[in-house]
Design a protein around this ligand. Structure first.
Ligand SMILES: Cc1cc2nc3c(=O)[nH]c(=O)nc-3n(C[C@H](O)[C@H](O)[C@H](O)COP(=O)(O)OP(=O)(O)OC[C@H]3O[C@@H](n4cnc5c(N)ncnc54)[C@H](O)[C@@H]3O)c2cc1C
Length: 592
């Protein structure tokens, strides 16, 4: 099995559904003509298929090794692949031109990211976290810090990490203990232990730039006393070259269920030299830029692994001969039919296909709103910012929940073979599982959605979303082909609106009701978003003429499957969330 870059699907979504050529007035889009974008994505597809995919299994088998001197060796061939990435200029694709970037729109680089993560998820985390660190420094650093660090992060010459987690502090960042002591020269001495730091130590790059949350001596307790620091592995000289070794070391590597090739490090800060990023005690504000970037990246990662898992399942289902079709042999000259003839195997493949393709459109549509934040039209920019805040937890949690489901279906399609390590299904399932946990566990994303994002600015974002769907549906009123899609979308939106009202009435009165409803609400919103995506994809496919192109006919049939077999889950989510907290909280803790 080899990974296949979904280039035709990218092209369909970018050109026919989102029509990105109409945004030539936005930064980056003028340089992103359809022809150029196709070329870039084809090239990235080749790199992912030919260089990264063959190294995926190597990473799973070898993992990373920590040497006595604290250095970390990554799997065979990984460092060389990273060198190729840097030489080809890929890390700079979406970065600011002012710091050496190519300034490509996010909607384009989100396609690129799906290919590297689909081909080799653990490897893609090294450049992925570098980009997240770039985003944090870009948003919160001083100009001097930006000049020093950004060009090196943009080129990939240096890599980056984000350091939040400590043994006693996971979700609850208010518990951070790492301390920072101010020095006369304006720097700080950082001391503490961070755990599970992805890409924390490796031999890919000449320097590693850690973004570290810590508490300045005397700072208020809780989240109000957390500051952000940039702590380089090697202290940069005045000319920007890496100088003296800083007092930050990798004290251990985790042995994990998946993503073996990514070094998940215990990082020891022992009077390490660091510099404040942003204002004292306001570190979380800047770190949230990095975290939001990483949350979207995690949704992308889940979807990409699911894509690879689905591709492997399809290959297997076409080759494995077992049983006969219920409607008569389809492979009469063979000893049995391929299992793809069986309706229950079709169920698993169709569920996967409909979720992946709907999820891909949802991811790209969301990324486009990230680009629209820079619109000169204030109303467009405000709506885009509102949408990014509202949709980030949905992209992160809905896509990764469903992605893991898809990797599990892919294993089921493989039968016992999937449970052996000879086939890739096991690695996909194991690699995908972490996406539901890190960057804020999915339950925390759901709480963020119902507790913060829905009510922000008087509910402006969700109201805009409802308004957008209403006008989309109204605008397609008489189109008979599209009617099943718009009817289903209107019904899904009505359920989401009903749930939103229920939350307003019951969540305020008892916050446990909001907590109890949160995951079902997030899934209902995910389903509504996918329903909108399938309507837009079906519209584009009908417009282009499905009779002449099997890709378009397949798109419409897959959309119909989504409406018939996946969207009905919306009713269950609505019914469950309306039961409130009582059934969940009925038992005392000692009854478990
Ligand atoms: C492989 C790997 C890589 C990682 N990489 C990084 C990294 O690069 N940098 C970094 O800083 N961290 C990293 N992490 C840490 C990761 O972000 C945390 O694991 C995650 O934030 C959850 O924290 P926790 O594991 O302590 O779980 P906990 O906070 O202990 O949560 C346990 C469970 O309780 C739930 N829960 C907790 N609090 C609440 C609440 N208030 N309401 C409802 N439910 C709640 C959670 O949803 C979760 O299901 C990594 C972790 C792993 C395993």
């Amino acid at each position: 099995m080899t990974y296949k870059a979904p280039l035709r699907d990218f092209q369909f979504i970018l050109e026919d559904v989102l029509d990105i050529d109409r945004y030539a007035n936005l930064p980056g889009f003028a340089d992103a003509s359809s022809d150029l974008v196709r070329q870039i994505l084809e090239e990235a597809g080749r790199f992912s298929e030919e260089v990264l995919a063959p190294l995926n299994k190597v990473g799973d088998l070898e993992g990373c090794q920590l040497a006595a001197d604290g250095s970390v060796k990554t799997p065979t061939g990984w460092k060389e692949a990273y060198r190729q990435l840097v030489d080809a200029g890929w890390p700079s694709l979406s970065c600011d031109k002012a710091y050496g970037g190519q300034g490509m729109p996010s909607v384009v680089t989100t396609c690129y990211g799906q290919m590297t993560a689909g081909a080799n998820a653990a490897w893609s985390m090294y450049p992925g976290l570098t980009h997240a660190a770039y985003a944090g420094l870009h948003a919160g650093g001083t100009e001097e810090q930006k000049q020093l660090y950004l060009p090196k992060l943009v080129s990939g010459q240096w890599t980056g990490t984000m350091n939040l987690t400590e043994p006693q502090c996971g979700t609850d960042l208010g518990l951070i203990r790492t301390k920072a002591v101010p020095q006369p020269d304006g720097s700080y001495r950082i001391t503490g232990q961070k755990i599970w730091i992805s890409s924390g130590e490796h031999e890919f790059a000449e320097n590693i730039i850690h973004l570290v949350l810590a508490r300045i001596e005397g700072a208020p307790a809780g989240v109000k006393g957390i500051s952000l620091f940039v702590v380089p592995k090697f202290l940069p000289e005045a000319d920007g070259t890496p100088g003296e070794r800083n007092h930050v070391t990798c004290a251990g590597l985790e042995h994990k269920m998946g993503i073996h090739g990514n070094a998940t490090c215990v990082m020891a800060y022992d009077d390490a030299k660091g510099w404040l990023v942003g204002k004292e005690n306001e570190g979380l504000k800047v770190m949230f830029v990095t975290m939001n970037e990483a949350r979207l990246g995690t949704g992308l990662q889940g979807l990409s692994i699911a894509t690879a898992a689905y591709q492997a399942a399809v290959d297997f289902a076409k080759e494995r001969l077992q049983g006969r079709s219920l409607t008569g042999p389809k492979n009469p000259s063979g000893p049995a039919d391929p299992i793809i003839v069986h309706p229950d195997v079709r169920r698993m493949l169709m569920d996967s296909k409909a979720l992946i393709e709907g999820g891909r459109a949802f991811l790209l549509w969301t990324a486009l709103h990230g680009d629209l934040e820079a619109s000169p039209d204030e109303a467009v920019a405000t709506k885009a910012k509102d949408y990014m805040a509202l949709l980030t937890p949905v992209v992160k949690a809905y896509l990764t929940d469903r992605a893991f489901h898809v990797t599990s279906l892919a294993m089921q399609v493989h039968g016992g073979s999937g449970f052996t390590e000879h086939f890739p299904a096991s690695q996909h399932l194991r690699d995908c599982r972490i996406t539901m946990i890190y960057e804020g566990a999915n339950g925390i994303q759901a709480l963020d959605l119902v507790g913060r994002k829905l009510g922000a600015n008087g509910g402006r974002a969700i109201m805009a979303f409802f308004g957008e769907i209403d006008s989309y549906v109204a605008g397609k009123g008489s189109d008979a082909d599209l009617k099943p899609f718009t009817d289903a979308l209107a019904a899904a939106k009505a359920k989401l609106q009903d749930a939103t009202l229920w939350l307003m009435q019951n969540g305020l009165q008892n916050p446990d009701n909001a907590g109890a409803a949160s995951t079902d609400y997030l899934h209902l919103m995910g389903l509504t978003c996918l329903s909108y995506m399938w309507a837009m994809m079906a519209e584009a496919a009908f417009r282009k003429g499905p009779d002449s192109d099997p890709f378009l006919a397949t798109k419409i049939a897959t959309g119909r499957y989504f409406l018939a077999r996946i969207l009905p889950e919306a009713d269950a989510h609505l019914a469950k969330l309306k039961t409130g907290a009582a059934p969940l909280m009925a038992l005392p803790a000692d009854a478990f």
